[in-house]
Write a new protein. Structure first.
Length: 260
């Protein structure tokens, strides 16, 4: 068992580092690969897009987090990154439907969100037991003691590592200008984030809602379904656009005339 020094201020420190790192990476990716994508999104949306994003993310974060912790042994208000993501998606998709906007507009946030989770989860980990995001007891060799003498899964580090893997794959996809990263990176992120977090939720002592599933299982399942369905929808639009762009056989030739 590994003893881990903890401090409640660690959460705030790593959150600030996550915000700074995410903003910095966004600027780098914009200059490197996402300039055209960002400009295309800017042509489709207006200030209402960011208003919708904010209006969905903030209440989504606090509603999801508090609905979970208020049902625990020590009820308290809290916030959740998955709740913020789900709330932002719902609000933005409503905005897009009202504006007639199609296609992904979240690609510019993929790098910053992923890096934010990678860094931010260290804050959850080092904040210790008061943070409420610790793992369930285990006897695995890498079990961590967060101050109560109980060996636990370092579940926050599991999630950080999983998102680091995705971020590495995403950056490689951008380097190769792969369609999945350039066009559908946000949908891919939703699927991966939802799947990996769905798995780790079984290692957290959260109150369940349906059978063995807690609130975050349900939200993560929704993220996976959203990402997969919208991925398929974008692929259909891409194929349709390619089909319209194909030349019509014989269209570039002069019509055949009867010989005299």
């Amino acid at each position: 068992m590994i003893h881990v020094p903890t401090a409640t201020w660690a959460h705030t420190a790593f959150d600030l580092a996550a915000w700074a790192g995410g903003l910095g990476l966004s600027a780098l990716l914009y200059r490197w690969r996402l300039r055209e994508l960002t400009q295309d999104v800017a042509r489709k949306v207006d200030g209402g897009y960011f208003a919708a994003l904010t209006a969905g993310a903030i209440p989504g974060a606090w509603l999801a987090g508090s609905l979970n912790t208020l049902r625990g042994a020590h009820p308290a208000l809290s916030h959740s990154v998955v709740g913020a993501l789900v709330g932002a998606i719902v609000a933005v998709e409503i905005y897009k439907r009202l504006r007639g906007v199609t296609g992904s507009t979240g690609g510019v946030f993929v790098g910053s969100f992923s890096l934010g989770v990678v860094i931010g989860r260290f804050g959850c980990f080092f904040a210790g037991l008061p943070d409420g995001t610790y793992g369930t007891p285990t006897r695995l060799p890498w079990a961590v003691d967060l101050g109560d003498g109980v060996g636990r899964h370092p579940v926050a580090l599991y999630e950080s590592a999983a998102m680091a893997v995705f971020l590495a794959a995403y950056l490689l996809g951008l380097q190769r200008c792969s369609p999945w990263a350039m066009r559908r990176g946000f949908y891919a992120m939703c699927v991966w984030y939802g799947l990996q977090r769905f798995a780790w939720e079984f290692l957290k002592p959260y109150p369940t809602l349906i059978g063995p599933f807690n609130l975050f299982h349900i939200l993560c399942g929704g993220l996976v379904a959203y990402g997969w369905l919208y991925w398929l929808g974008d692929q259909r639009r891409e194929r349709a656009a390619q089909g319209r762009a194909l030349p019509v056989p014989g269209a570039d030739h002069e019509p055949v005339r009867d010989l005299p």
